[in-house]
Design a binder for this molecule. Structure first.
Ligand code: APR
Ligand code: ZN
Ligand code: ZN
Length: 380
């Protein structure tokens, strides 16, 4: 393409500080270096983790271009890149698959050691950034900034997908869908006929519901304080809805009484310590499995009586649903296109990219499940 090798000036939403609206302005995006890929972003979801970063509870260094749930088209590639080429449709993921580290070489490991999620530095692996705004260097987000018309990522985090994939939807397969769906089918390994509990029914929790249903769960108990979320979750497959605000006793006690013994599988998809304890205590004490998915505030500590595990309960966590990204995301896209995974109900809103702050308002007010930003004509 004619832009290859040149700096691209385009629009991006900059997070200059936490607890302030994002500022849509012009940025310069450098060409990709060796092993890197520059991508024209066409869609991006707004995920709960972006909100955790903006409210200051997750430590991505600012200023930064946030967003990590994207889909787009490769614009140009750096030296040595072989798995994608200009024009390819791709998903932009936060989780690399380098295929060389201890985690990638293990059959089950998906937390590639090249990740920049757990203690994010917001820079490329060479310690520099490809984004400049008003003369200032701007950090990336988990190596995958998507709130920008163009981004640069490492090849190991860029996933080539089906040429016929609808780019306006499949961005959700970068984070929300695999995070929830995989928690059910890979991490918990939900069994047919089982009883599941999903605490938090936003984009991620709704994807857990889809996974539980696909695995054949007989009963799916959804828990949320937002009545609108409960109603939507019923359409996805939740069989029983609980609003903790309607009960005087802890919600875990309600679940144990409803099920007689506690659920087989429970999932936390919010990110508070209180709801994590509720999820743990909602699964049965003998063979119950509790999976933590929500991102907790930096430095928080989970404390519970260890006897709760000695009886046999299993407490687990997972990242991106335990999927190895380069291997599995293309398959999830194919399953979506074959209608084996019906994730369309997760996408409740779409907005033009420039209305990104309205998208965050929708997320914070609980009015949307997933809001997708679309990057159309720059003149709009
Ligand atoms: N009890 C029950 N439900 C709650 C509570 C609570 N105390 N607090 C919040 N919720 C519900 C909200 O009403 C909302 O429906 O949790 C849901 C959270 O959903 P979103 O904000 O849409 O977030 P989502 O993108 O689904 O992410 C959930 O997973 O990946 C992580 O960082 C992400 O921690 C976040 C979690
Ligand atoms: Zn996310
Ligand atoms: Zn790796």
């Amino acid at each position: 393409m004619e832009t290859a090798g040149k700096v691209i000036t385009c629009r991006a939403a900059i997070a200059w500080t936490s607890n302030a609206p994002l500022s849509v302005e012009e940025v310069e995006v450098d060409p990709p270096k060796a092993g890197e890929v520059r991508i024209k972003v066409l869609s991006s979801g707004i995920c709960g983790t972006d909100n955790h970063t903006l409210d200051g509870t997750f430590p991505v260094p600012l200023p930064a271009i946030l967003g990590h749930e994207g889909a787009g088209i490769v614009e140009s590639i750096g030296e040595g890149v072989s798995s994608v080429k200009p024009g390819d449709k791709v998903i932009l993921t936060i989780l690399p698959q380098c295929r060389k580290c201890d985690s990638c070489l293990h059959a089950k490991g998906n937390c590639c050691l090249k990740e920049d999620i757990f203690s994010p530095v917001g820079l490329m692996l060479d310690g520099t950034t490809r984004f400049t705004c008003r003369g200032r260097k701007v950090h990336n987000n988990f190596g995958a900034s998507t709130f920008t018309e163009y981004t640069v990522m490492h090849e190991i985090s860029v996933v080539k997908i089906n040429d016929a994939a609808p780019l306006e939807n499949v961005c959700v397969i970068a984070c929300g869908l695999p995070t929830g769906y995989g928690a059910a089918v890979n991490t918990a390994q939900v069994t047919p006929g089982s009883t599941c509990v999903v605490v938090g029914l936003g984009g991620v929790g709704s994807a857990v519901v889809l996974g539980c249903r696909a695995a054949g769960a007989a009963r799916i108990i959804g828990i949320d304080i937002n009545v609108g979320k409960l109603a939507r979750a019923k359409a996805l497959g939740v069989t029983d809805c609980l609003n903790p605000r309607n009960f005087k006793k802890p919600i875990q006690q309600v679940v144990v009484e409803m099920t007689g013994f506690g659920a087989d599988f429970t999932f936390e998809a919010i990110g508070t310590i209180e709801t994590m304890v509720a999820a743990l205590e909602s699964c049965n004490l003998s063979y119950g499995v509790c999976v933590l998915i929500g991102v907790s505030p930096t430095g928080s500590q989970l404390s519970f009586d260890p006897m709760k595990l000695l009886s046999g309960r299993i407490l687990k966590g997972c990242l991106l649903g335990e999927y190895k990204t380069k291997d599995n995301i293309p398959l999830l896209v194919d399953d979506y296109m074959k209608k084996k995974i019906d994730m369309d109900p997760l996408i409740t809103h779409t907005l033009p990219f420039v209305k990104i702050n309205e998208g965050f308002d929708l997320l914070r007010s609980g009015k949307c499940v997933r809001c997708i930003l679309l990057f159309g004509d720059p003149s709009e």
